[in-house]
Structures are given as C-alpha cells and as structure tokens.
Design a protein around this ligand. Structure first.
Ligand code: SF4
Length: 339
C-alpha cells in the first residue's frame, strides 16, 4: 500500500472511521511487544523484514520535508522541546506565523528537491481561529503543487479537524511521545487523554494520522514497549509512525537530566517492533538521525523504517545534510518514492 493511495482517497472520503483490514491486528499487548523487542536480534530483524516485504518495496524510501511555520513561545512544557516558553531559559525566540507566500516558496523548493510530503509545524497549544484560516490557505497552496500535506498544530477539536480536512489536509501529526505511565514525567500541561482525544478528532474527520514517540528520555524498556503497544492497539494504526531518538537541546529539562544515551541496537529493536506490529504504516526515522552513523541508519531501514525527513533542519534541531541522505540511499541501492 502506498501513502499516495491513502492520501488520494482518505481526506474527502466518508467521516465514518474505516476499520483496519482483517489481517491487521490492533490488539497488541505490552507483554507481546516486550517479547518481540527482546527476541534474538537476527530473529527480530528477519521477522521485521518479512512483514516489511509483504507490504512495501524494501528498496523504497518516502521523503518528507518539515518546515516550522511558527517557532517558539509555546505555552506547553514538553521537557525535550526548546520551543517551550516555560523552560528556564525561555526556549528559542518566538516568531510570528509565516506568510502563506513564504511557505509556498519553501514548499516549491522541497518539491524540487524530491520531497513527496510537506509537513508544517507550529508551536501552539492549539490553533486560534484566524491562525487556522491561514494554515488552511497554506494547505490548499501546498496541495496545488502536487504534494501531500501534513500539519502539526497542537490540540484540535472536532470542528477544527473538519476545517483542515475541508482544506484538503492529508495528515495530522500529534505524537503520544511515550507510554501512558511515563508521560507525566515529560509533560504536565496536557494529559495523555488530551492527546488521544485530538487523535480521535483527526481520525473522525477522515484525515490520516501521523503519531509516534521519542526514545531516550529516561524511560525504561517497559515504557518503550508501552509506547509501541499503545500505537499498535489503536482501532486503526497511524498511517505514519515517527520514531525519534531524543536530541538533547541545551536549555531543555531533558538536556540537564542524567539519562543514558540509547544504544543504537536497542533503537533498531524499537523500529522493528513498530514495523511488525503496524505492518502497513510508514515507520519514520525522525529526530536524532544526525547522531546516528550510516550503519545504524541502515539497520533501521532493514528493520522496516521507510520514511525519513529530508533537509538540514527539523523543527528546531539539526538533520543530516540532504546530500548525505542521498549518498546513503545510493550506496544502499535504494530510491525515493513519489518524487
Ligand atoms: S513539543 Fe510542541 S507542544 Fe510541546 S513545547 Fe514543543 S512546540 Fe510546544
């Protein structure tokens, strides 16, 4: 199944949630996911590859580009994020929402560089009325370039989700970040249930869901299994599942916290578990790639990651230079999709 097919049929389709295909399980338990993650590595990778090949071309990589359309000054307190205004140093400088034409210029450049999807992120708790109007204009503009669109704007109510759907939005990103139990260690300004409610509003509106989490925030193995089990037991799996490795940004509470760096092999195990439990989802290697060598990234691709962000910057953290990505894909004999 390709994202292109999903995107072409979902946004303006019926708002009745579409049940998953009967062969796709949505009842994964944490214990089952933990047992997968703990498999001998060759066995785990073999199983992930088998599932991957059943649903995707293993040589194909989907490329998305991410643009921060409104940076900093966020009233939330996510402990990993430099955009929060609540951290001691006040986070990155707050900017105003970009003009539609500026976004269009960036989107054209991303399309010309081979991106199939253009993701736009704004550091809000939830979008205000007039800002949502502007974002809808951006979505319509980017769609007109022939690209898929994704936005991440914080919490959405049902009416806001429907307005974005009517503008033609293909994907909405809203991460659950970690397990329900560990979540309170990372964010206090909104609850896990708030996140699930937004995801449910997005799903009800007929927009594809992009939802994943972050590894390396001090959580334990049980929390990592809990993150994947929560995603894989949603009534319909997110179509995109970004798995991030924590990037320690100076000034954030997590940069100051004495947490272990994630073992790259352990990270590959999480990717493989996501692939096996969510066989038709795009598993995206998101933040943290800058700190991975080519070999670790290659293992992630073998474990089923088939989407990356392309470009030199994620919302506020560095990303491997685009040319390094292309060189790696070439060395591996892989190609990009949708370009
Ligand atoms: S992750 Fe998003 S919601 Fe949380 S502080 Fe950063 S911009 Fe705000």
């Amino acid at each position: 199944m390709s994202d292109g097919i999903i995107a072409a049929t979902m946004p303006h389709a019926t708002t009745t949630p579409v049940p998953p295909p009967p062969s796709i399980r949505t009842d994964w338990t944490r214990d089952e996911v933990a047992a997968l993650i703990a498999l001998p590595f060759p066995e785990l990778l073999f199983r992930a590859q088998a599932v991957h090949r059943e649903h995707f071309d293993p040589t194909e990589m989907q490329i998305s580009t991410l643009l921060s359309i409104k940076t900093g000054g966020c009233p939330e307190d996510c402990a990993y994020c430099p955009q929060s205004a609540l951290h001691e140093d006040g986070g990155v400088k707050a900017s105003r929402l970009m003009a539609v034409e500026t976004v269009m210029k960036e989107a054209r450049a991303a399309r010309d560089a081979g991106a199939a999807r253009f993701c736009m992120g704004a550091a809000w708790r939830s979008p205000k009325e007039h800002d949502l109007e502007t974002v809808c204009a951006m979505v319509e503009g980017v769609k007109s370039l022939g690209m898929e669109t994704c936005v991440t704007l914080g919490m959405l109510d049902n009416a806001q989700a429907h307005r974005l759907r009517d503008a033609g939005l293909d994907y909405y990103n809203h991460n659950i970040d970690t397990s329900p139990e560990y979540y309170g260690e990372i964010i206090s300004t909104r609850t896990y249930q708030d996140r699930l409610d937004t995801l449910s509003n997005v799903r009800d509106a007929g927009i594809n869901v992009c939802c994943g989490g972050i590894v390396g925030m001090g959580e334990d193995e049980n929390d990592r299994a809990g993150l994947i089990a929560t995603l894989a037991s949603m009534p319909r799996h997110p179509e995109s599942v970004p798995i991030n490795m924590l990037v320690r940004v100076e000034g954030t509470p997590l940069a100051a916290k004495d947490t272990d760096t994630v073992d790259p092999i352990e990270f590959v195990r999480i990717i493989a578990a996501a692939r096996i439990t969510m066989p038709t989802s795009r598993v995206r290697l998101a933040a943290g790639r800058e700190d991975m060598n080519d070999e670790a990234q290659t293992l992630c691709f073998l474990a089923g990651a088939n989407s990356i962000f392309y470009g030199e910057k994620l919302l506020t953290t560095p990303n491997p230079a685009a040319s390094r990505d292309m060189r790696l894909l070439q060395r591996l004999g892989m190609h990009t999709s949708g370009a």
